[in-house]
Structure formats: C-alpha cells, structure tokens
Design a protein around this ligand. Sequence first.
Ligand code: NAD
Length: 354
Amino acid sequence: MKLAVLPGDGIGPEIVAQAVKVLNVLKSDGMKIEMEQAAIGGAGYEAAGDPLPEATFKLAQEADAVLLGAVGDWKYDSLPRDVRPERGLLRIRKGLGLFANLRPALLYPELASASTLKPEVVSGLDLMIVRELTGDIYFGQPRGIATLDNGEREGVNTMRYNESEIRRIGRIAFDIAMKRNKKVCSVDKANVLETTELWRQVMIELAKDYPEVELSHMYVDNAAMQLVRAPKQFDVMVTGNIFGDILSDEASMLTGSIGMLPSASLDEHNKGMYEPSHGSAPDIAGKDVANPLATILSVAMMFKYTFNDEAASNRIDKAVKTVIAQGHRTADIWTEGCNKVSCSQMGDAVVAAM
Ligand code: NAD
C-alpha cells in the first residue's frame, strides 16, 4: 500500500502525525505500508510557489491512497486566487478524478450532549452523505463576472450535469446503502431546476438495478429542514456538489463536534483521498490541542473503501470508540468529569486501544 501523506497547513501536521502513529501500528503488525510526505496548500506555496506543487501531484497520482490534513491560513487570504491554499485542494480533487465525497455523520452516544440539538433528536445518528464533487455549478461553464452594455456588472455560474456523471455518483450511493440500511434519499430541486430534474430521472432509472434499496426524493430546502427536525430518518443521502457542500456541513454540526468527522473522496476505481471534514483551524494550530480523531477515522475509511480491509477499518473504529468510552477528550469535546487530553495524547490513547 503506497500512501501519499499531505499534512498541509494549520493543525494539519499535528493531526496527521497522530494518524501516522495509527498506520505505524498496522505496519508493525506486518502490513506493508509505504508512506511518503509532500507539501500542499500554504505549505506547497511556501515550498514551491504553488499550492499543489508538481511533485506533490505526481506522488498523489502514483499512490494507492492519499491522506490529507487540511489546508488554509488567514495569512494567505491576500494572495491571488490561483495560488491560495484552497486552490490546491480543488485541483488535486479534480486532477485525481475524485468525484464522490463520502461524509458520515455519526454520533457517539457519549458525545450526545455536545450537539446543539436535543439528545433524543440526535443520539444514535448514523448518516452517510454522498456528495458529487467534480461537477455542478462549481465547475460549469460559462462562468465569470462581465460588464453589460449598460455598464452594470453581471455574475454568471452554470449548473450542469450530464447523465453519466449522475449515474456514477448514484451508483456509489446505492452500493453504500446495500451495506447499510438500504435506504437512499436523493436530494434535488427538481421543481425549479432542470439539471436536477434530470438528476431525479437518472436516480429513478438506477434504482431498478437495486430492488432491495428504498429510494426517496426530497427537495433541498426540505432536506435542510429535515436534517435538524428528524435527522435519524436518513440512511444514505445523495446529492450534487453545491447542495452537498451545504448539507454535509449542516449534518456535521448535528454531531456537535467537527473534530470527529472523517471524509473520503473516491475516483472510479476506489482510489481515494481521505481527510477530516474540518479545516486547518489556524486559531489553535501549533498548540497540540486539536482533535485528531477525524483524521484517524479517515484512515479507517481508507481501509474500508480503498483497501477493502474491513478488519483493519473496524480495528481503528473500535479503538476510537474505546478511547471515547474511557473518557479521553480533547478540548473541543471535553465536558466536566472527562479526562482532558492533548492532540498527541489522544493519538497515543488510540494506539494503546488498538
Ligand atoms: P475550521 O474547520 O478550520 O475551523 C472552525 C472551528 O472549528 C475553529 O474554531 C477551529 O478551532 C475548530 N476546529 C476545527 N477542527 C478542529 C479540530 N480537529 N479540533 C478542534 N477544533 C477544531 O474552519 P475555518 O476556521 O472556517 O477555516 C480555517 C481555514 O481552513 C481557512 O483557511 C479555510 O479556507 C480552511 N478550510 C480548509 C478545509 C480543508 O482543508 N478541507 C476545509 C474548510 C476550511
């Protein structure tokens, strides 16, 4: 297994170091894992004047999977858009053809009080959001800001999906549902947007290949509401890039702890990039207080989705459950009576639990 390890900026290096400790446990147990590090984001800009240096992209292309920390820092906000850290992220996703973004929102019973919602609404929540990542209004042409004949400026973006793009993300969602509770909710705005009318048609066609899966449809405005009203009604939610961007952030906050949420972005062959759902948290960088569990859980997803090794994946998941049950908490999820630990101590606790 060849892994490209891209720590990135802010808390990225601290949290990735903990995930590497976990990988080293598997390695010392005999797994053949090769890891090589490279710079991305602001670190890439500092090293090579590019948020995605050529050498980093090459390493990622040649690897079986990529482990990423996070990118971004306020100090880069004044740079031209093309060399800002976030560009590196968009380019690596697009360049590797990572079209499927998987974001689980899972609430550990011990952390139910961390949510801003009532415990009975969220406790036991186990939802998977499948978001299309390389199409939609974020990439559609034409786009830009132009000046009209009358001198007024106009901004344009184009929502666009073709059938095959919809079908391949739909297939990922149905396949995942088959391994879970066999329910897919497809989110669209088919009442006003033709692009998503096509989205709905393709999902209905695809459902014929999965007779065991129950397919439902929901308009995005209702989905946003239902996620805070009764989130446990969902098993797998599948949606386009822009709706998924917003809904997956909303879903992550149901759990109250962004530091706990992993993510995977997959290509057609299940090669993937694995990263926490949160950003680089520059406000707490370098203090050894960040929560590394989202990154460690991203490694668990890597074994499940890229390496098809459920045993390794479950071993990591179980170790995380154990440290939570033991009462270890980083500052973001700490409550009275629990054992407050640093980022590196949390990594050590997971290693011990493994
Ligand atoms: P953020 O997710 O970095 O931080 C939001 C809040 O959550 C902060 O208070 C932070 O301290 C806290 N937080 C985040 N992760 C944490 C962790 N593991 N443990 C404890 N607390 C944690 O979002 P932001 O502040 O909006 O953005 C900061 C930078 O990150 C920006 O430059 C932004 O562009 C970038 N960003 C990167 C990604 C990514 O790399 N995928 C995603 C989102 C934002």
